[in-house]
Design a protein around this ligand. Structure first.
Ligand SMILES: [Zn+2]
Ligand SMILES: [Zn+2]
Length: 452
Protein backbone atom coordinates (compact mmCIF):
# COMPACT_ATOMS: atom_id res chain seq x y z
CA UNK A 1 0.00 0.00 0.00
CA UNK A 2 1.38 3.38 -0.91
CA UNK A 3 2.33 5.56 2.03
CA UNK A 4 1.23 9.14 2.57
CA UNK A 5 4.78 10.29 1.79
CA UNK A 6 4.26 9.30 -1.83
CA UNK A 7 1.14 11.39 -2.35
CA UNK A 8 1.16 12.97 -5.80
CA UNK A 9 3.97 10.60 -6.80
CA UNK A 10 6.42 12.29 -4.41
CA UNK A 11 9.04 10.09 -2.82
CA UNK A 12 9.06 10.68 0.95
CA UNK A 13 7.70 14.14 0.21
CA UNK A 14 10.64 14.94 -2.05
CA UNK A 15 10.64 15.75 -5.75
CA UNK A 16 14.30 15.09 -6.53
CA UNK A 17 17.01 12.69 -5.49
CA UNK A 18 15.00 9.54 -4.72
CA UNK A 19 14.55 6.64 -7.12
CA UNK A 20 11.52 4.43 -7.68
CA UNK A 21 11.46 1.23 -5.51
CA UNK A 22 12.38 -1.01 -8.49
CA UNK A 23 15.72 0.78 -9.01
CA UNK A 24 18.88 -0.87 -7.74
CA UNK A 25 21.13 2.13 -7.10
CA UNK A 26 24.22 -0.05 -7.36
CA UNK A 27 23.52 -0.40 -11.07
CA UNK A 28 24.02 2.46 -13.51
CA UNK A 29 20.88 4.52 -14.23
CA UNK A 30 18.48 2.80 -16.63
CA UNK A 31 19.92 -0.67 -15.96
CA UNK A 32 17.40 -1.89 -13.37
CA UNK A 33 14.63 -3.99 -14.96
CA UNK A 34 11.35 -2.10 -15.02
CA UNK A 35 8.44 -4.14 -13.62
CA UNK A 36 5.31 -4.34 -15.81
CA UNK A 37 2.18 -6.40 -15.33
CA UNK A 38 -1.54 -6.11 -15.82
CA UNK A 39 -2.04 -7.31 -12.24
CA UNK A 40 -0.29 -4.29 -10.76
CA UNK A 41 -2.05 -2.01 -13.26
CA UNK A 42 -5.39 -3.46 -12.19
CA UNK A 43 -4.51 -3.06 -8.50
CA UNK A 44 -3.49 0.58 -8.84
CA UNK A 45 -6.64 1.31 -10.86
CA UNK A 46 -9.01 -0.35 -8.40
CA UNK A 47 -7.39 1.25 -5.33
CA UNK A 48 -7.13 4.68 -7.00
CA UNK A 49 -3.40 4.87 -6.30
CA UNK A 50 -2.80 5.65 -10.02
CA UNK A 51 -4.44 8.99 -9.25
CA UNK A 52 -3.65 9.83 -5.62
CA UNK A 53 -0.10 8.47 -5.38
CA UNK A 54 1.07 9.57 -8.81
CA UNK A 55 1.85 12.87 -10.55
CA UNK A 56 -1.72 12.71 -11.93
CA UNK A 57 -2.79 14.37 -8.68
CA UNK A 58 -0.40 17.31 -9.21
CA UNK A 59 -1.57 17.80 -12.81
CA UNK A 60 -5.17 17.58 -11.68
CA UNK A 61 -4.59 20.35 -9.11
CA UNK A 62 -2.94 22.55 -11.77
CA UNK A 63 -5.89 21.97 -14.14
CA UNK A 64 -8.38 22.73 -11.38
CA UNK A 65 -6.62 26.02 -10.57
CA UNK A 66 -6.32 27.07 -14.22
CA UNK A 67 -9.98 26.23 -14.84
CA UNK A 68 -11.17 28.36 -11.92
CA UNK A 69 -8.68 31.23 -12.10
CA UNK A 70 -8.90 31.58 -15.88
CA UNK A 71 -12.40 30.34 -16.77
CA UNK A 72 -13.44 29.73 -20.38
CA UNK A 73 -15.34 32.59 -22.00
CA UNK A 74 -18.09 31.36 -24.29
CA UNK A 75 -19.43 34.62 -25.69
CA UNK A 76 -16.32 35.61 -27.74
CA UNK A 77 -16.08 32.08 -29.18
CA UNK A 78 -19.55 32.10 -30.76
CA UNK A 79 -18.19 33.67 -33.94
CA UNK A 80 -14.71 32.40 -34.87
CA UNK A 81 -14.25 35.20 -37.38
CA UNK A 82 -14.84 38.04 -34.89
CA UNK A 83 -12.20 40.35 -33.46
CA UNK A 84 -13.25 39.31 -29.95
CA UNK A 85 -12.27 35.70 -30.53
CA UNK A 86 -8.82 36.77 -31.73
CA UNK A 87 -8.26 38.71 -28.51
CA UNK A 88 -9.55 35.79 -26.47
CA UNK A 89 -7.29 33.41 -28.39
CA UNK A 90 -4.22 35.54 -27.58
CA UNK A 91 -5.18 35.66 -23.89
CA UNK A 92 -5.50 31.86 -23.72
CA UNK A 93 -2.25 31.36 -25.62
CA UNK A 94 -0.48 33.63 -23.13
CA UNK A 95 -2.00 31.83 -20.11
CA UNK A 96 -0.91 28.43 -21.41
CA UNK A 97 2.54 29.73 -22.32
CA UNK A 98 3.06 31.01 -18.79
CA UNK A 99 1.54 28.09 -16.85
CA UNK A 100 2.80 25.21 -18.99
CA UNK A 101 6.06 27.02 -19.79
CA UNK A 102 6.58 27.60 -16.07
CA UNK A 103 6.18 23.89 -15.36
CA UNK A 104 8.63 22.86 -18.12
CA UNK A 105 11.13 25.54 -17.13
CA UNK A 106 11.00 24.34 -13.52
CA UNK A 107 12.07 20.85 -14.64
CA UNK A 108 14.68 22.08 -17.06
CA UNK A 109 16.26 24.52 -14.60
CA UNK A 110 16.18 22.10 -11.64
CA UNK A 111 17.78 19.27 -13.57
CA UNK A 112 20.14 20.98 -15.98
CA UNK A 113 21.17 24.09 -14.03
CA UNK A 114 20.66 23.30 -10.36
CA UNK A 115 21.59 19.60 -10.69
CA UNK A 116 18.80 18.61 -8.29
CA UNK A 117 19.00 14.99 -9.50
CA UNK A 118 22.11 12.81 -9.52
CA UNK A 119 21.33 9.91 -11.82
CA UNK A 120 21.18 10.88 -15.49
CA UNK A 121 20.25 7.99 -17.78
CA UNK A 122 23.14 8.75 -20.08
CA UNK A 123 26.42 10.24 -18.91
CA UNK A 124 29.61 9.47 -17.12
CA UNK A 125 29.19 7.36 -13.97
CA UNK A 126 31.25 6.74 -10.91
CA UNK A 127 30.62 4.44 -7.98
CA UNK A 128 30.86 5.71 -4.48
CA UNK A 129 32.08 2.73 -2.44
CA UNK A 130 31.19 4.15 0.91
CA UNK A 131 27.46 4.06 0.37
CA UNK A 132 27.10 1.98 -2.79
CA UNK A 133 25.28 4.62 -4.70
CA UNK A 134 26.03 5.42 -8.28
CA UNK A 135 26.27 9.08 -9.00
CA UNK A 136 27.06 11.09 -12.05
CA UNK A 137 30.15 13.11 -12.55
CA UNK A 138 29.08 16.58 -13.55
CA UNK A 139 28.48 18.03 -15.98
CA UNK A 140 26.00 15.57 -17.45
CA UNK A 141 25.16 15.59 -21.14
CA UNK A 142 23.73 19.02 -21.64
CA UNK A 143 21.46 19.79 -24.55
CA UNK A 144 23.11 22.31 -26.87
CA UNK A 145 21.70 25.79 -27.52
CA UNK A 146 20.72 24.65 -31.02
CA UNK A 147 18.81 21.70 -29.57
CA UNK A 148 17.01 23.97 -27.14
CA UNK A 149 16.07 26.53 -29.82
CA UNK A 150 14.74 23.63 -31.90
CA UNK A 151 12.83 22.03 -29.03
CA UNK A 152 11.36 25.22 -27.61
CA UNK A 153 10.17 26.27 -31.10
CA UNK A 154 8.20 23.03 -31.65
CA UNK A 155 7.10 23.04 -28.00
CA UNK A 156 5.64 26.51 -28.57
CA UNK A 157 3.86 25.34 -31.74
CA UNK A 158 2.32 22.66 -29.52
CA UNK A 159 1.00 25.28 -27.08
CA UNK A 160 -0.30 27.30 -30.04
CA UNK A 161 -2.10 24.29 -31.48
CA UNK A 162 -3.54 23.36 -28.09
CA UNK A 163 -5.01 26.88 -27.90
CA UNK A 164 -6.62 26.28 -31.32
CA UNK A 165 -8.17 22.99 -30.13
CA UNK A 166 -9.36 24.58 -26.90
CA UNK A 167 -10.96 27.59 -28.60
CA UNK A 168 -12.52 25.31 -31.25
CA UNK A 169 -14.15 23.08 -28.62
CA UNK A 170 -15.27 26.09 -26.53
CA UNK A 171 -16.87 27.34 -29.79
CA UNK A 172 -18.75 24.02 -30.04
CA UNK A 173 -20.02 24.52 -26.48
CA UNK A 174 -20.91 28.17 -27.19
CA UNK A 175 -22.93 27.24 -30.28
CA UNK A 176 -24.61 24.23 -28.62
CA UNK A 177 -22.98 21.75 -30.97
CA UNK A 178 -21.81 20.12 -27.72
CA UNK A 179 -24.17 20.38 -24.75
CA UNK A 180 -22.82 21.43 -21.34
CA UNK A 181 -24.31 19.11 -18.70
CA UNK A 182 -24.99 19.84 -15.06
CA UNK A 183 -21.55 20.41 -13.47
CA UNK A 184 -22.43 18.29 -10.45
CA UNK A 185 -23.38 15.15 -12.32
CA UNK A 186 -21.83 11.75 -11.76
CA UNK A 187 -20.37 11.84 -15.27
CA UNK A 188 -17.98 14.59 -14.17
CA UNK A 189 -16.60 12.56 -11.24
CA UNK A 190 -16.19 9.46 -13.41
CA UNK A 191 -14.66 11.57 -16.19
CA UNK A 192 -12.06 13.07 -13.84
CA UNK A 193 -11.01 9.58 -12.74
CA UNK A 194 -11.02 8.18 -16.28
CA UNK A 195 -8.92 10.89 -17.97
CA UNK A 196 -5.48 9.47 -16.93
CA UNK A 197 -6.57 5.94 -17.92
CA UNK A 198 -7.93 7.16 -21.25
CA UNK A 199 -4.66 9.02 -21.85
CA UNK A 200 -2.68 5.78 -21.44
CA UNK A 201 -5.02 3.96 -23.84
CA UNK A 202 -4.99 6.76 -26.43
CA UNK A 203 -1.24 7.25 -26.23
CA UNK A 204 -0.39 3.61 -26.94
CA UNK A 205 -2.59 3.25 -30.03
CA UNK A 206 -1.99 6.72 -31.46
CA UNK A 207 1.76 6.56 -30.88
CA UNK A 208 2.09 3.09 -32.41
CA UNK A 209 0.14 4.37 -35.42
CA UNK A 210 2.71 7.17 -35.82
CA UNK A 211 5.46 4.55 -35.97
CA UNK A 212 4.12 2.95 -39.15
CA UNK A 213 6.81 3.62 -41.73
CA UNK A 214 5.41 6.45 -43.94
CA UNK A 215 3.96 8.40 -41.00
CA UNK A 216 7.11 7.86 -38.99
CA UNK A 217 9.29 9.08 -41.82
CA UNK A 218 7.43 12.32 -42.53
CA UNK A 219 5.91 13.11 -39.13
CA UNK A 220 7.01 11.29 -36.00
CA UNK A 221 10.75 11.22 -36.81
CA UNK A 222 10.81 14.86 -35.70
CA UNK A 223 9.98 13.83 -32.13
CA UNK A 224 12.75 11.25 -32.36
CA UNK A 225 15.41 13.79 -33.30
CA UNK A 226 15.88 13.86 -29.54
CA UNK A 227 17.62 10.64 -28.59
CA UNK A 228 18.82 11.73 -25.16
CA UNK A 229 15.78 13.67 -24.03
CA UNK A 230 15.25 16.83 -21.96
CA UNK A 231 11.89 18.20 -20.70
CA UNK A 232 10.97 20.43 -23.68
CA UNK A 233 11.57 17.45 -26.01
CA UNK A 234 8.29 16.08 -24.63
CA UNK A 235 6.13 18.39 -26.74
CA UNK A 236 8.67 18.70 -29.55
CA UNK A 237 6.48 17.27 -32.27
CA UNK A 238 5.61 17.82 -35.93
CA UNK A 239 2.40 19.93 -36.14
CA UNK A 240 0.65 16.88 -37.68
CA UNK A 241 1.69 14.87 -34.61
CA UNK A 242 0.32 17.62 -32.36
CA UNK A 243 -2.94 17.28 -34.30
CA UNK A 244 -3.21 13.55 -33.58
CA UNK A 245 -1.89 13.96 -30.02
CA UNK A 246 -4.60 16.47 -29.15
CA UNK A 247 -7.15 14.19 -30.85
CA UNK A 248 -7.14 12.65 -27.36
CA UNK A 249 -10.00 15.13 -26.79
CA UNK A 250 -12.14 12.63 -28.72
CA UNK A 251 -14.42 11.75 -25.75
CA UNK A 252 -15.47 15.42 -25.46
CA UNK A 253 -16.26 15.47 -29.20
CA UNK A 254 -18.06 12.11 -29.05
CA UNK A 255 -19.90 12.42 -25.75
CA UNK A 256 -19.83 16.08 -24.74
CA UNK A 257 -19.54 16.44 -20.99
CA UNK A 258 -18.23 19.07 -18.64
CA UNK A 259 -15.87 21.73 -20.04
CA UNK A 260 -13.64 20.97 -17.05
CA UNK A 261 -12.90 17.56 -18.59
CA UNK A 262 -11.73 19.36 -21.74
CA UNK A 263 -9.20 21.33 -19.71
CA UNK A 264 -8.21 18.40 -17.45
CA UNK A 265 -7.60 16.17 -20.49
CA UNK A 266 -5.74 19.01 -22.23
CA UNK A 267 -3.52 19.82 -19.27
CA UNK A 268 -2.71 16.13 -18.83
CA UNK A 269 -1.57 16.17 -22.47
CA UNK A 270 0.44 19.36 -21.94
CA UNK A 271 2.07 18.71 -18.57
CA UNK A 272 2.77 14.98 -18.46
CA UNK A 273 5.52 14.90 -21.16
CA UNK A 274 7.77 17.35 -19.24
CA UNK A 275 9.21 15.19 -16.49
CA UNK A 276 8.73 11.96 -18.45
CA UNK A 277 11.24 13.37 -20.97
CA UNK A 278 13.60 14.64 -18.27
CA UNK A 279 16.47 12.24 -18.99
CA UNK A 280 17.01 11.51 -15.27
CA UNK A 281 16.21 8.52 -13.09
CA UNK A 282 15.84 10.03 -9.63
CA UNK A 283 12.83 12.31 -9.35
CA UNK A 284 9.13 11.92 -8.77
CA UNK A 285 8.14 11.27 -12.39
CA UNK A 286 11.22 9.59 -13.81
CA UNK A 287 10.27 7.56 -16.86
CA UNK A 288 12.71 4.85 -17.83
CA UNK A 289 9.99 3.32 -19.99
CA UNK A 290 9.76 6.26 -22.40
CA UNK A 291 13.47 7.01 -22.13
CA UNK A 292 14.07 3.55 -23.63
CA UNK A 293 11.65 4.36 -26.44
CA UNK A 294 13.76 7.39 -27.43
CA UNK A 295 17.00 5.48 -27.04
CA UNK A 296 15.91 2.34 -28.93
CA UNK A 297 12.92 3.43 -31.08
CA UNK A 298 11.24 0.06 -31.72
CA UNK A 299 9.94 -0.68 -28.23
CA UNK A 300 7.75 0.76 -25.47
CA UNK A 301 5.16 2.50 -27.64
CA UNK A 302 2.76 3.01 -24.76
CA UNK A 303 3.40 4.47 -21.36
CA UNK A 304 4.60 2.88 -18.15
CA UNK A 305 1.14 3.42 -16.69
CA UNK A 306 -0.56 0.88 -18.99
CA UNK A 307 1.30 -2.31 -19.95
CA UNK A 308 0.10 -2.81 -23.56
CA UNK A 309 3.69 -3.34 -24.74
CA UNK A 310 4.08 -6.10 -22.19
CA UNK A 311 1.24 -7.97 -23.94
CA UNK A 312 2.40 -6.99 -27.45
CA UNK A 313 5.98 -8.23 -27.02
CA UNK A 314 7.31 -4.74 -27.68
CA UNK A 315 8.36 -4.17 -24.08
CA UNK A 316 11.98 -3.44 -23.20
CA UNK A 317 12.73 -3.26 -19.50
CA UNK A 318 16.21 -1.70 -19.32
CA UNK A 319 19.01 -0.09 -21.28
CA UNK A 320 20.92 -2.83 -23.05
CA UNK A 321 24.20 -1.99 -24.69
CA UNK A 322 24.62 -3.21 -28.23
CA UNK A 323 21.02 -3.36 -29.45
CA UNK A 324 20.69 -1.12 -32.48
CA UNK A 325 17.58 0.19 -34.11
CA UNK A 326 17.28 -0.83 -37.78
CA UNK A 327 15.45 2.40 -38.36
CA UNK A 328 18.34 4.46 -37.02
CA UNK A 329 20.75 2.65 -39.34
CA UNK A 330 18.47 3.07 -42.35
CA UNK A 331 17.74 6.72 -41.63
CA UNK A 332 21.44 7.36 -41.23
CA UNK A 333 21.83 6.45 -44.91
CA UNK A 334 18.88 8.62 -45.89
CA UNK A 335 20.04 11.38 -43.63
CA UNK A 336 16.57 12.43 -42.58
CA UNK A 337 16.62 11.68 -38.90
CA UNK A 338 18.97 12.89 -36.23
CA UNK A 339 21.38 10.16 -35.22
CA UNK A 340 23.13 11.84 -32.42
CA UNK A 341 23.87 9.87 -29.34
CA UNK A 342 23.85 13.10 -27.39
CA UNK A 343 21.00 15.57 -27.60
CA UNK A 344 22.62 17.76 -30.19
CA UNK A 345 20.42 18.71 -33.06
CA UNK A 346 22.22 20.14 -36.05
CA UNK A 347 21.06 22.37 -38.90
CA UNK A 348 21.10 19.43 -41.34
CA UNK A 349 18.63 17.51 -39.15
CA UNK A 350 16.13 20.32 -39.43
CA UNK A 351 16.38 20.96 -43.16
CA UNK A 352 14.27 18.74 -45.44
CA UNK A 353 16.72 16.09 -46.65
CA UNK A 354 15.00 15.28 -49.96
CA UNK A 355 12.50 16.84 -52.36
CA UNK A 356 9.70 14.65 -51.01
CA UNK A 357 10.31 15.97 -47.51
CA UNK A 358 9.92 19.49 -48.87
CA UNK A 359 6.76 18.49 -50.76
CA UNK A 360 5.34 17.01 -47.56
CA UNK A 361 5.99 20.25 -45.67
CA UNK A 362 4.38 22.35 -48.44
CA UNK A 363 1.32 20.03 -48.57
CA UNK A 364 0.77 20.47 -44.86
CA UNK A 365 1.24 24.23 -45.00
CA UNK A 366 -1.51 24.28 -47.67
CA UNK A 367 -3.83 22.05 -45.60
CA UNK A 368 -3.36 24.14 -42.46
CA UNK A 369 -3.76 27.37 -44.43
CA UNK A 370 -7.03 26.21 -46.03
CA UNK A 371 -8.36 25.28 -42.59
CA UNK A 372 -7.23 28.54 -41.02
CA UNK A 373 -8.69 30.58 -43.88
CA UNK A 374 -12.03 28.75 -43.65
CA UNK A 375 -12.35 29.01 -39.87
CA UNK A 376 -10.91 32.44 -39.12
CA UNK A 377 -11.30 34.39 -42.38
CA UNK A 378 -13.49 34.43 -45.46
CA UNK A 379 -12.79 30.89 -46.69
CA UNK A 380 -11.74 31.92 -50.22
CA UNK A 381 -9.43 28.94 -50.41
CA UNK A 382 -12.06 26.39 -49.49
CA UNK A 383 -15.18 27.66 -51.30
CA UNK A 384 -15.95 24.36 -53.07
CA UNK A 385 -15.28 22.23 -50.01
CA UNK A 386 -18.13 21.00 -47.84
CA UNK A 387 -17.62 20.65 -44.09
CA UNK A 388 -17.29 16.91 -44.68
CA UNK A 389 -14.51 17.41 -47.25
CA UNK A 390 -12.76 19.85 -44.92
CA UNK A 391 -12.81 17.19 -42.22
CA UNK A 392 -11.33 14.59 -44.56
CA UNK A 393 -8.68 17.02 -45.79
CA UNK A 394 -7.41 17.88 -42.30
CA UNK A 395 -8.11 14.60 -40.51
CA UNK A 396 -6.84 12.17 -43.13
CA UNK A 397 -4.92 14.40 -45.58
CA UNK A 398 -1.52 14.31 -43.80
CA UNK A 399 -1.56 10.48 -43.68
CA UNK A 400 -2.74 10.08 -47.28
CA UNK A 401 -0.02 12.46 -48.54
CA UNK A 402 2.66 10.61 -46.53
CA UNK A 403 1.59 7.26 -48.01
CA UNK A 404 1.45 8.67 -51.57
CA UNK A 405 4.87 10.32 -51.32
CA UNK A 406 6.45 7.15 -49.98
CA UNK A 407 4.89 5.27 -52.88
CA UNK A 408 6.31 7.82 -55.37
CA UNK A 409 9.89 7.63 -54.09
CA UNK A 410 9.96 4.01 -52.97
CA UNK A 411 11.35 2.61 -49.75
CA UNK A 412 13.25 -0.60 -49.14
CA UNK A 413 11.35 -1.11 -45.89
CA UNK A 414 7.80 -2.51 -45.86
CA UNK A 415 5.04 0.10 -45.59
CA UNK A 416 4.06 -1.69 -42.36
CA UNK A 417 7.57 -1.60 -40.91
CA UNK A 418 8.41 -2.15 -38.00
CA UNK A 419 5.18 -4.14 -37.63
CA UNK A 420 5.58 -6.04 -40.93
CA UNK A 421 5.71 -9.44 -39.22
CA UNK A 422 2.29 -8.96 -37.67
CA UNK A 423 -0.77 -10.35 -39.44
CA UNK A 424 -2.82 -7.80 -41.40
CA UNK A 425 -6.03 -9.55 -40.38
CA UNK A 426 -5.02 -9.71 -36.76
CA UNK A 427 -2.66 -7.70 -34.62
CA UNK A 428 -1.55 -5.18 -37.25
CA UNK A 429 -5.07 -4.58 -38.59
CA UNK A 430 -6.51 -4.11 -35.12
CA UNK A 431 -3.82 -1.62 -34.12
CA UNK A 432 -4.24 0.22 -37.43
CA UNK A 433 -8.01 0.56 -37.11
CA UNK A 434 -7.76 1.74 -33.50
CA UNK A 435 -4.90 4.07 -34.46
CA UNK A 436 -7.01 5.74 -37.17
CA UNK A 437 -10.11 5.88 -34.96
CA UNK A 438 -8.15 7.66 -32.23
CA UNK A 439 -6.22 10.14 -34.41
CA UNK A 440 -7.59 10.92 -37.90
CA UNK A 441 -11.22 10.30 -36.99
CA UNK A 442 -11.61 12.76 -34.04
CA UNK A 443 -9.67 15.37 -36.05
CA UNK A 444 -12.05 14.83 -38.98
CA UNK A 445 -15.04 15.17 -36.62
CA UNK A 446 -13.80 18.37 -34.97
CA UNK A 447 -13.08 20.07 -38.29
CA UNK A 448 -16.38 18.91 -39.73
CA UNK A 449 -18.24 20.32 -36.71
CA UNK A 450 -16.56 23.73 -36.67
CA UNK A 451 -16.82 24.27 -40.45
CA UNK A 452 -20.41 23.03 -40.69
ZN1 LIG B 1 7.91 7.26 -30.95
ZN1 LIG C 1 8.79 11.06 -26.44
Amino acid sequence: MSSFGSIGGLRNFTIFGKTSPYVNVEKPPGHSPLPQSWTSWFKSTITGSYFIFSPNLIWFVVSFLVYHIFPFKYEPCKDLQSIKVRQYFLQRFFIHLVVVGGYYSFWFASLYYKSCSRRKFRGQVKKDNSNFTTTYVTPPNYPSTKSMVHNIWYWMLGILQWTCWEVAVVHLYATNKIIIPNEADLYLVIGIAVVPIWRGFHFYFSHRFLHIRPIYRFVHSLHHRNVDIEPFAGLTMHPVEHLYYFACLAPTIWLGGSPFLLLWNGYHLLLSPAASHSGWEDHFQSDQFHYLHHAKFECNYGSASMPFDFTSNTFQDKLQPGTKSLQILEDKKNNHVSLHRTPLIEWKDVMPAKKVDMIYIISNVIIFYILFDRVAFNGDWSVPLSAHSMGILVGFGPVIVAVLLRWCVGDKFSIRWPFHKERIVGKFGLHLILGILLTCWPTFQLVELITR
